[in-house]
Design a protein around this ligand. Structure first.
Ligand code: 2RA
Length: 340
């Protein structure tokens, strides 16, 4: 016996991946509903070898449904997630709306699986930001071994993190560089993204950080350990799918690079590809469609007493969003609901 599952935002990049991953991982589904906005209603989406016709989120009654994945903007989440939760449906939300709510668990199953047991306060569980998810999967096993004091991270985030329009903008701008008359002015981003990088994701805060950088700080503290100091610089790069991160870690105690590599090789959700030779590391194009978070370039940082540098790459639509959400449902099933 399985679950009655709803995917809200089923026509978006993340919603489609949620359906793909639910099927790929054979999540125990008795019944599934794919919901979309009124303008996308009726669009057909794939669920394994089945085709689902999307229904109108505005009209949907969540009563009697078990789990609702939300992959819609914060506005629609604000309107419909509480309705779903009130109808008895456990909401797993990919927006940032509930991530910082003390009554809502923020979960990466490889890091804090026990947190799903706190879902009942609001019947909502929050999925972290994509750039946070892949980082904390790697930080956690190292923190358990040598207590992390401080993390400095620079991200190289793909345009799929913004959405379909951004993917189209990168594609059209790139074409426009070669085809006279097809130049494409920046619309989704404030500056050209083709053959360029933009040190600005989400909105600017008074501190000079962007909200994306603040999210990485706040979410790492909530998921792993509030004592960890994090500083981030989040950059958009002309890559379609796959976020990369250059991470510098300072520990309380010394951690040898070889021991760190061995720890990560044994850690859940991680694949270490780390050879000091041409091609001995992972790049974004190789992570697309994969479940794993890849780690390369593991090496001592000799400029500080207990420092380590590493390179983290993961499919931002999978571990960064849809996969983590489905893993939360799996963890919820195993620890709490025990169906399937
Ligand atoms: C981005 N992390 O990459 C944000 C939202 N997915 O655009």
């Amino acid at each position: 016996m399985g679950y009655k599952v709803v995917v809200c935002g089923a026509t978006g990049n993340v919603g489609r991946e949620m359906l793909n991953i639910l099927a790929e991982r054979q999540f125990p589904v008795d019944e599934i509903a794919a919901l979309a906005s009124r303008k996308s209603m009726g669009t057909e989406v794939s669920f394994g070898d089945k085709t689902l016709k999307t229904k109108d989120l505005e009209q949907f009654d969540f009563t009697g449904w078990d789990i609702a994945f939300f992959a819609v903007g914060s506005e629609a989440t604000k309107k419909f997630a509480p309705m779903a939760a009130k109808a008895g449906c456990i909401v797993i939300d990919n927006s940032s709306l509930y991530r910082y709510d003390p009554d809502v668990p923020l979960v990466v199953p490889e890091v804090n699986p026990e947190a799903v047991e706190d879902y009942a306060k609001k019947n909502i569980i929050a999925n972290p930001n994509c750039s946070t998810a892949q980082m904390v999967v790697v930080l956690k096993p190292l923190h358990d071994r040598a207590r992390i004091k401080r993390v400095v991270v620079s991200t190289y985030q793909s345009v799929s993190g913004t959405g379909k329009e951004a993917i189209d903008e990168l594609w059209d701008q790139t074409k426009g560089m070669y085809v006279p008359g097809q130049e494409r002015e920046p619309k989704v981003y404030p500056k050209q993204i083709a053959f360029n990088v933009i040190p600005h994701i989400d909105s600017f805060m008074d501190s000079g950080d962007t909200r994306e950088e603040w999210k990485m700080v706040a979410e790492t503290k909530k998921i792993v350990d509030p004592a960890i100091k994090v500083t981030a610089t989040c950059v958009r790069v002309p890559v379609f799918v796959g976020h990369s991160e250059a991470v510098n870690i300072e520990f309380e105690d010394f951690l040898d690079e070889d021991e760190a590599r061995d720890i990560l090789r044994e850690a859940p959700g991680i694949l270490v590809v780390d050879k000091r030779e041409d091609g001995g590391y992972v790049t974004p194009v190789e992570c697309v469609g994969e479940f794993a978070t890849f780690v390369s370039r593991i090496r001592q940082d000799s400029t500080i007493e207990n420092g380590l540098n590493l390179w983290i790459v993961s499919d931002n639509l999978r571990k960064g969003a849809a996969l983590n959400a489905v893993q939360i449902a799996e963890t919820l099933g195993a620890r709490v609901l025990k169906k399937g």
